[in-house]
Design a binder for this molecule. Structure first.
Ligand SMILES: [Fe+2]
Ligand SMILES: [Fe+2]
Ligand SMILES: [Fe+2]
Length: 383
């Protein structure tokens, strides 16, 4: 798509345009150094970014002049001005790439990426290497619990292997939601009390929870539980044959790539925070800083953990579901939406496409499953 086509694809309405202008201004501020701008030049281009779509009038004369040139209504006066216009174009193109991606999949232009990428992939790979290894015993539990043929006796056996798993089941059975009458004390009793599906979900959740035990990761884990629950509910509503247990597992691990980003060096995290606070989406900010998003990093992590191709694919495309023909990436995208995730720019086009791919009606997106949420309460970290 050319610039004019992309401009018209930006989320319609003043709000969408203003959010885009705000983000472009944030890119300019963050990338000023890489773009070779002095502090005063950066301030001028940042101002121009706020008004770079016709309809919002800038007052200061130097800003208006720069915009006239940017809009090609005036010729470029000199090399210094050409540099300022180019800086604005690079930041505008970078943001528009994300706005337009749902309509027309494309890679970020390499020249743009050379300017915007502030960290190297090697730094992210070091982050991936620091994600805790997924233990063999845990892999075994995932295999057994997600097996569609699994029987209740096997769940009892799995829970008996680890006092933490047993404790969580008993705790759930005695929770205010399930607990009625005589207190539950044994695994068998707990499983028959909370039911087969809730037991599977608690066992799976308890297997992944230790990866998120650092306080830095607690909110990502709580969000993962919400997405897992939403994905499972959607799988049950889907007109396609999507296994609810697989959808739940997908939700639990969908943001595992954020773990690698969360343990990046402090300077990286400060830049990431500045971009997000400046209105940029998490996915965009990650790509800006490292060239990779948490979806790509998560897929790499799951490959190392020997997850199935289908699960790696689901995590890889959970923010770009139109890129996969499978239903699971779309289901995770919709579950992110239901959990109120703001990791990416909102896109009604993508939402519609994902509903189609996942075999889910739009009405299902507002249905919640309180019973399911309650069963997972014991797995959450205190906010
Ligand atoms: Fe723009
Ligand atoms: Fe997420
Ligand atoms: Fe995500």
């Amino acid at each position: 798509m050319n610039r004019t086509e992309v401009q018209s694809s930006i989320a319609p309405g003043t709000e969408g345009i203003q959010a885009h202008c705000q983000r472009v201004a944030t890119w300019v501020r963050e990338l000023a150094g890489a773009l070779g701008l002095s502090a005063s030049e950066a301030a001028l281009v940042e101002q121009a970014a706020r008004y770079h779509h016709p309809g919002i009038e800038a007052e200061a004369e130097p800003v208006r002049r720069l915009l006239e040139v940017f809009w090609k209504r005036q010729p470029i006066a000199d090399a210094a001005e050409a540099r300022l216009v180019a800086a604005l174009e690079i930041c505008d193109d970078f943001d528009q790439h994300f706005e337009a991606e749902a309509l027309s999949p494309s890679q970020v232009d390499e020249t743009t990426m050379n300017y915007v990428q502030l960290s190297s992939r090697a730094d992210v790979n070091r982050g991936i290497d620091r994600i805790p290894v997924f233990p063999r015993a845990a892999q075994e539990i995932v295999l057994r619990v997600t097996n569609p043929e699994v029987r209740i006796g096997e769940l009892v056996q799995v829970a008996s292997l680890d006092p933490v798993l047993a404790g969580l089941l008993v705790q759930a059975a005695n929770s205010s939601y399930y607990g009625r009458g005589t207190p539950v004390a044994t695994i068998q009793h707990a499983i028959s009390h909370i039911g087969f599906d809730a037991t599977r979900k608690i066992l799976l959740g308890a297997t992944f929870r230790p990866i998120y035990s650092s306080p830095l990761l607690h909110s990502i884990w709580n969000h993962s539980l919400d997405v897992a629950q939403a994905a499972e509910t959607l799988a049950r509503r889907s007109s396609l044959a999507v296994d609810p247990a697989e959808a739940f597992l997908g939700g639990l691990v969908h943001d595992v790539g954020r773990v690698a980003f969360a343990i990046m060096p402090r300077a990286f995290l400060e830049r990431l925070r500045r971009l997000v606070d400046g209105g940029c989406a998490l996915v965009q900010s990650e790509v800006c800083l490292s060239g990779l998003s948490h979806a790509e990093v998560g897929a790499e992590t799951l490959t190392q953990w020997k997850f199935t191709d289908a699960m790696v694919d689901a995590v890889l495309w959970h923010h770009r579901p139109e890129r996969s023909a499978r239903a699971l990436p779309s289901l995770l995208y919709l579950a992110e939406f239901m959990a109120g995730s703001q990791e990416d720019l909102p896109s009604s086009v993508r939402l519609k496409t994902a509903c189609g791919h996942a075999g889910v009606k739009a009405e299902a997106l507002s249905e919640t499953n309180e019973k399911g949420r309650e069963a997972l309460q014991g797995l959450r970290f205190a906010a």
